[in-house]
Design a protein around this ligand. Sequence first.
Ligand code: COA
Length: 191
Amino acid sequence: MQPQSLVPGDTRLSTGWEHSLELRRQDQLGELQTLKPYRDALPLASLAPLWGGVIDCDYGYNIEVGENFFANYNFLVLDIAKVKIGANAQIAPNVSIYTAGHPIHPDSRNSGYEYGIGITIGDNVWIGGNACIMPGVTIGNNVVIGAGSVVTKDIPDNMIAAGNPCRIIREITEEDRDYYYKDRKFDVTDY
Ligand SMILES: CC(C)(COP(=O)(O)OP(=O)(O)OC[C@H]1O[C@@H](n2cnc3c(N)ncnc32)[C@H](O)[C@@H]1OP(=O)(O)O)[C@@H](O)C(=O)NCCC(=O)NCCS
């Protein structure tokens, strides 16, 4: 598939996005072809449960996502380098993924050179609202990133990590199965 147009501020789709969209389309959208047409075609409220809103990125084709990907409103990806996201990702509103950066020293920064370092996010990761992922970071499988985190370092598998800078809070254990929020127990068994 050819990459989509590179108009700044436009919503662009890569193979991954289209794949994800295809899944949603199969589930819920019938024959609609791409994100933009269905955004244009449907009233905003009816879109909310399907796809949060605008996905902004530099290139789109540098982004790869796995099965069952979901991003809520305002997902921003500076994908000057590769961004790989595993299966079952849940991305809350206003999450930003930055592979790009500028040199620290003003002389080198003003030269115009900038860099992009790839970001990898594992399977089954939930990234809380307003989190920001820095260049080069790897987030492991089954990780929860708390809302508002600035993730500056790698986070290993099976951790809850939060804060600025983002630090591990604790490991996710089998005990977590029984609770949906803090000490609130599930009263269902069908998951
Ligand atoms: C991380 C989160 C899932 C809570 O996990 P938890 O295991 O229940 O953590 P707790 O609430 O028991 O908090 C444990 C500690 O981490 C801190 N903490 C929790 N979330 C935090 C966050 N987002 N940023 C900074 N610190 C956080 C708590 O203050 C607490 O600190 P303390 O031990 O000093 O008191 C939750 O706080 C969160 O960020 N959820 C994201 C919600 C969201 O983005 N929703 C959008 C829709 S998807």
